[in-house]
Ligand binder design. Structure first.
Ligand code: FAD
Ligand code: SIN
Length: 540
């Protein structure tokens, strides 16, 4: 298949990009592929909302910039923070025009929520299912674009680069180029190639590297792993954000989130003895940035030998609670927790990847013709810790910026390689499956996946040490070798490819964490409890 613009991922980043490019280039073909159903994305599960400066009286760009920088603990790229904060409201207006509805108050003004690390109320939301509403609006809008083809159940295996034309490509190769991707069509079970002059990775997060996560099954870091295999640059992978309050429900995966907006509306964290313990950790108490709250909960759980703490909402206005959080109310009731009488058992869960594919102010990666936006990218916005509700915003701002740059890039490519002439994407060989056979034992894959999650949760979690990281590294080496053997000898399947990808992601997290000889933001190593004076990004 040939595409003019190829987008991998149907979450907020991929769909924002696709809509814009399809609008600007109505005669060109935009192909969006996704490995699952069209809406099975991290986006769909977003609860709290999207941050943006909306209330001119009480808020300002400067305040949002400062809150983002404070949360990022010294590692944000200030130029990028300013871009996102200032361009954000315009992007939010666009999604409203595409049909997304956000809650309003009795005066018809947008009702703005508050979450950890925000100095004022600035979060637009749709009840407690904001992501579902935004995803719905975006999927609806792309249906009206005849030049967008959305292909579901199409698993992208690898980026096509000069490597596939027989050239040696290493980390020091200059001008690595992307010509498209190899995909496994999950309906025909055939491996096909999609050739494109512009490819955009919007493949989302990697929470599935951990045993307890809020992320759905699709979040296996495929984009990051593909870029790493293609010798592109990856950055700051050690900054994994653990959400402080996932519902504690043993054996259930992914974990159901209790949005931070509940604490924004007055919810209080308590330990086993009923103490509101956050007072002892930070003057901002329950609304301190996420890294601080998650570490405080981890510490309380370890001290008290418990598997969770509690979120107390009993004192909150019941009508207001049910109005703002109907989904959470229903979920709690379904497991026998009545929020008017019972406290909600909660524990931290892997939630968001702040690092990822290194991308610049226009979402350009280190590989030519390849862009990255959304959670899979590392733009410099989040630094060492993301401010709540800044990621939907970042995805839209960089979906837009990728579109601005890529249409220019596409035009230059068309001029340099008019139709009918050769370019790198001509004569790409078919996928070589020689010497592989049908998989015999699925257990080899499922067991390795469990082992990976166990290693990452036990040794590379909220609190790290040198010994734990060294141990994780050794265990991952073994898993990597076993999985590569399996990959070389077995016909590819999504399960095997996801395992391979998530092992690469685990390796990159451990590597980043081992290189960072300090504690900063989400990375806390008891062997280096202080922040280093040198503020550096770890590029792998
Ligand atoms: P996603 O929405 O995850 O989309 C990824 C897409 O890539 C999917 O379509 C997937 O199928 C596809 N894909 C991946 N690999 C492949 C492959 N190999 N082949 C083909 N397709 C592939 N952020 C906020 O700002 N506010 C919130 O309130 C908020 N709440 C959250 C609540 C939860 C429970 C979770 C999990 C996250 C939340 N976040 C929130 C984070 C935010 O939702 C995500 O960071 C954001 O939605 C990511 O969007 P994306 O477009 O980058 O990726
Ligand atoms: C939440 O609603 O608590 C999640 C918000 C986010 O991840 O930004």
């Amino acid at each position: 298949m040939q595409a003019d613009f190829l987008v991998i991922g149907s979450g907020i980043a991929g769909l924002t990009y696709a809509l814009k490019v399809a609008e600007a280039k109505p005669g060109k073909k935009v192909v969006v592929v996704t490995k699952a159903h069209s809406d099975e994305t991290n986006t769909k599960y977003a609860q709290g909302g999207i941050a943006g400066v909306w209330d001119d009286e009480n808020d300002s760009y400067q305040k949002h910039i400062e809150d983002t920088l404070i949360a990022g603990d010294g590692l944000c790229n200030e130029e990028i923070v300013e871009i996102v904060v200032k361009e954000g409201p315009e992007r939010i207006r666009e999604i409203i025009e595409w049909g997304a509805q956000f809650d309003k108050d009795d005066f018809g003004e947008y009702s703005l929520g508050k979450e950890g690390g925000h100095s004022v109320n600035r979060i637009l939301h749709h009840k407690d299912v904001t992501g579902r509403e935004m995803e719905r609006a975006l999927l609806n809008a792309i249906q009206a674009k005849p030049n967008i083809e959305l292909i579901t159940h199409c698993f992208v295996l690898d980026l096509i680069t000069q490597h596939h034309l027989g050239y040696l490509v290493t980390k020091s190769t200059l001008d690595i180029e992307c010509y498209g991707v190899y995909v496994l069509n999950l309906e025909s079970n055939e491996i096909e190639k999609i050739i494109s002059k512009v490819t955009v990775l919007a493949t989302g997060g990697n929470g599935q590297a951990y045993r307890t996560t809020t992320n759905p099954k699709i979040a296996t870091g495929d984009g990051v792993a593909m870029v790493y295999r293609a010798k592109g640059r990856i950055e700051n992978m050690e900054f994994i954000q653990f959400h402080p309050t996932a519902l504690f429900e043993p054996g259930v995966s992914p974990s159901f989130l209790i949005t931070e907006a509940v604490r924004g509306d007055g919810g209080i964290l308590r330990n086993r003895s009923g103490e509101a313990f956050m007072e002892r950790y930070d003057e901002r108490r329950d609304l301190a940035p996420r890294d601080i709250v998650a570490r405080a909960i981890d510490s309380e759980m370890k001290k008290n030998g418990t598997e969770h703490v509690y979120l107390d909402c009993r004192h909150m206005n019941f009508e207001k609670f049910v109005h703002h959080f109907p989904n959470i109310f229903e979920k709690c009731m379904s497991i026998g927790v009545n929020i008017t009488k019972d406290m909600i058992p909660v524990a931290p869960a892997a939630h968001y990847s702040c690092g990822g594919i290194k991308a610049d102010a226009y979402a350009r990666t280190s590989i030519r013709n390849l862009y990255a936006c959304g959670e899979c990218a590392s733009t410099g916005l989040h630094g060492a810790n993301r401010l709540a509700s800044n990621s939907l915003l970042e995805a839209m701002v960089f979906g837009h910026r990728a579109y601005l740059d890529s249409i220019k890039h596409f035009e230059e490519m068309e001029d340099a390689h008019p139709a009918g002439t050769n370019w790198g994407g001509t004569n790409i060989p078919d996928w070589n499956a020689e010497g592989t056979r049908e998989p015999k034992e699925m257990i080899l894959i499922t067991q390795s996946q469990k082992e990976l999650q166990q290693i990452m949760s036990d040794y590379v979690g909220i609190v790290r040490t040198n010994v734990r990281l060294a141990r994780a590294s050794k265990r991952l080496d073994l898993l990597f070798e076993e999985t590569e053997d399996l990959y070389r000898s077995t016909k590819v399947s999504p399960q095997l490819c996801e395992l391979r990808n998530v092992i690469s992601v685990g390796y990159l997290i451990v590597k980043g964490a081992s290189f960072r000889k300090e504690s900063r933001g989400l990375h806390f190593n008891t062997d280096y409890p202080q922040k280093s004076l040198l503020k550096e990004n770890i590029i792998l």
